[in-house]
Design a protein around this ligand. Structure first.
Ligand code: SAH
Ligand code: SF4
Ligand code: F3S
Length: 477
C-alpha cells in the first residue's frame, strides 16, 4: 500500500499531543499526510470520557468505511481511550481496523504501521500498560536554520516552525474520581523523567515554538507517582515549571490539567513570579455542593477551592480562571445544583466546559443512585450555561480598549469590507480575531504572507460572545 495517512482526533489535549507526535513519527518514516479522500490509512484517536464521544467513534468508523468501496485496500488504526476500552473488539466490528493502540502502546504504533504497510492483512493490538512512562522515539530532528531573532512585540517576527507545542509530562491518573473512566483507559500515573521533558522543551523552542503547554491528566501531582518507579526523579511540578520557564526564547508557558486537591502553594506563587507563565488556569471544580464533591471523591470542598482561588488572584490579579462542571451527578438535588451556580458566581469563571453526567462502564458512580432524570439534567445544564454565558460576556466586555499581545494561529474565516482577519490568542488564551491590513494594499506586504507564529501587539476593539476582535497597534510590518 502507498504510505499516505489521515489522522482524526477526538478528546482532550493529551490526544491532540499524541496525534501530533504520531504524525511527525510517521512523516519521519516516509509516510505522507493526505486529505481523507486520498489516504490509504486512517488513524482515529478516540475519547471515552462520556458516552457521546464513544458513540461518535463508531459512527466515524462507519463513515470512513464508505471509502472502502472506492479504495478496497485502505485500512484503519484506532488509538486512545476507546481503543484501550474496547481493544480487539474493534477487529470484529470493523474488519478494516488492523491496529488498536492505547496510550502506552502508541510508542510502538509507528513500527506497527510500517509492518501493516508491508502486510495489510495483519492485526496488531498494542494495549499493555507499562510500569514507567514510555519514552517515545525522538522525532524532532533539529532544523538547520539560524537562531531565532530577538522577540519584538511591536514588529512581530517571522516564525521558524510550529509556534505552539504540547509536551507530555506524565501519563495516566490515580485519582479514580467516581464518574471518570480515565484511570482505566490511561492507566496508573507515570511521571516522565524531568531531563526528557526539559530536553524536548528546549528542542521545540529551538525549532521555533513560542508557547509550550505541559500536559498531563493531573500535572500537580507530577513526580509524586505512588509507585515512584523512577517517576519524576525527585523533581516536583513547581520545580519543573521553573526549569521549563527558564528556557531562553520561551515566551509563553501553560499547563493543563490541574486537580485542586494537589495544587501546591509554590505553583500558585509561580503565577506571580514567572513572567512567561501565562495568566490562565484551568481548574476543574466539577460541582459546587460539598455533598456531591464528597460522593465524587474529589477530596476538596467549597471552602478549600475558594481559598485556592483567592490565593491565585492575590498572586496574579489578571488570572483568567476556567473550569469543568458536571450536572446531574447521581443524587444531585436542586439545592446541590444551586450551590454549583453559586460557586460560578463567586469565582466568576471566564468560561467553562459543562457536561451532563454520563454513566461509564466500570466506574463507581455507575452504581450510585438515584440517577437524575435526563430532562432534568438537561434543564440544569442549560441554566448553568446561560449563567456562564452572561459572566463570559461581561468579562470579555471589560477587556474592550485594553492592549494585548496576540500569537497568531491562522487566517480567520472572518472577512469584512476587504479587511483580512487573523485568529490568535492573547496571553490568557482568549481567541482574538485581529484586523490586519487591507489585503493587497501593498503598503505592508502582509497580504498572502504566512503570519502564523507572529506575536503582535493589539488593541481590543470589541467583545463577541466567546471571543474578542482587535486591531494591530504599533509599528507597521
Ligand atoms: N484530568 C482532567 C479531566 C479529565 S476528563 C481533570 O481531572 O480535570 C475532562 C472532563 O470531563 C472532566 O473534568 C469532567 O468534567 C468531565 N467528565 C469526566 N467523566 C465524566 C462523566 N462520566 N460524565 C460527565 N462528564 C465527565
Ligand atoms: Fe478523571 Fe479525576 Fe483523574 Fe481527572 S483527576 S482524569 S476527573 S479520575
Ligand atoms: Fe477523553 Fe481519554 Fe482524554 S477519555 S478526555 S481522550 S484521557
Amino acid at each position: 500500500m502507498d504510505k499516505t495517512f489521515h489522522i482524526i482526533t477526538f478528546g482532550c489535549q493529551m490526544n491532540v499531543g499524541d496525534s501530533d507526535w504520531l504524525a511527525r513519527a510517521l512523516t519521519a518514516r516516509g509516510w505522507r499526510q493526505a486529505p481523507e479522500e486520498g489516504a490509504s490509512l486512517f488513524v482515529v484517536n478516540t475519547c471515552s470520557v462520556r458516552d457521546k464521544p464513544e458513540q461518535k467513534v463508531y459512527s466515524e468508523l462507519g463513515r470512513l468505511a464508505v471509502h472502502l468501496r472506492a479504495r478496497p485496500g485502505i485500512i484503519a488504526a484506532v488509538g486512545g481511550c476507546v481503543a484501550q476500552q474496547i481493544g480487539r473488539g474493534f477487529f470484529d466490528r470493523f474488519p478494516f481496523v488492523r491496529l488498536v493502540f492505547g496510550s502506552d502502546g502508541i510508542a510502538g504504533a509507528p513500527d506497527a504501521l510500517d509492518r501493516l504497510a508491508e502486510d495489510p492483512t495483519e492485526r496488531i493490538a498494542l494495549l499493555d500498560f507499562l510500569s514507567a512512562y514510555p519514552e517515545r522515539e525522538d522525532v524532532l530532528k533539529p532544523l538547520a536554520h539560524a537562531p531565532l531573532p530577538a522577540f519584538d512585540a511591536d514588529a512581530g517576527e517571522p516564525d521558524a516552525g510550529p509556534a505552539q507545542a504540547f509536551v507530555n509530562i506524565m501519563q495516566g491518573c490515580d485519582n479514580f474520581c467516581a464518574y471518570c473512566i480515565v484511570p482505566y483507559t490511561r492507566g496508573r500515573q507515570k511521571s516522565r523523567q524531568p531531563d526528557a521533558v526539559l530536553s524536548e522543551c528546549r528542542q521545540r523552542v529551538e525549532q521555533g515554538a513560542r508557547e509550550i503547554t505541559l500536559l498531563g491528566q493531573n500535572v500537580n501531582s507530577y513526580g509524586l507517582d505512588p509507585s515512584q518507579k523512577g517517576g519524576g526523579a525527585g523533581v516536583g511540578f513547581a520545580d519543573l515549571l521553573r526549569q521549563v520557564a527558564a528556557i531562553p526564547g520561551l515566551l509563553r508557558l501553560r499547563f493543563t490539567t490541574s486537580h485542586p486537591k494537589d495544587i501546591d502553594p509554590q505553583v500558585i506563587r509561580a503565577f506571580g513570579e514567572l513572567p512567561n507563565l501565562c495568566p490562565a488556569l484551568h481548574l476543574p471544580l466539577q460541582a459546587g455542593s460539598d455533598a456531591v464533591l464528597k460522593r465524587m471523591g474529589r477530596k476538596y470542598d467549597r471552602e478549600k477551592y475558594l481559598g485556592i482561588v483567592a490565593d491565585l488572584r492575590a498572586a496574579r490579579p489578571d488570572l483568567s480562571l476556567t473550569t469543568d462542571l458536571i450536572v446531574g451527578f447521581p443524587g444531585e438535588t436542586e439545592a446541590d445544583f444551586l450551590e454549583t451556580l453559586d460557586m460560578m458566581e463567586r469565582v466568576r469563571f471566564e468560561s467553562s466546559f459543562s457536561f451532563r453526567y454520563s454513566d461509564r462502564p466500570g466506574v463507581a458512580a455507575t452504581r450510585m443512585t438515584p440517577k437524575i432524570d435526563e430532562a432534568e439534567a438537561q434543564a440544569r445544564l442549560l441554566r448553568l450555561q446561560s449563567l456562564q454565558n452572561g459572566i463570559t460576556k461581561e468579562t470579555l466586555k471589560s477587556l474592550e480598549g485594553r492592549e494585548a499581545v496576540v500569537l497568531l494561529e491562522a487566517r480567520s474565516r472572518k472577512q469584512d469590507e476587504g479587511l483580512t482577519f487573523w485568529r490568535g490568542r492573547d496571553e490568557a488564551g482568549r481567541v482574538v480575531n485581529l484586523r490586519l491590513d487591507k489585503p493587497g494594499s501593498g503598503e505592508s506586504g502582509v497580504a498572502g504572507r504566512e503570519l502564523a507564529g507572529l506575536m503582535v501587539r493589539a488593541r481590543i476593539l470589541e467583545a463577541k460572545n466567546h471571543s474578542l476582535v482587535g486591531e494591530k497597534v504599533g509599528q507597521p510590518w
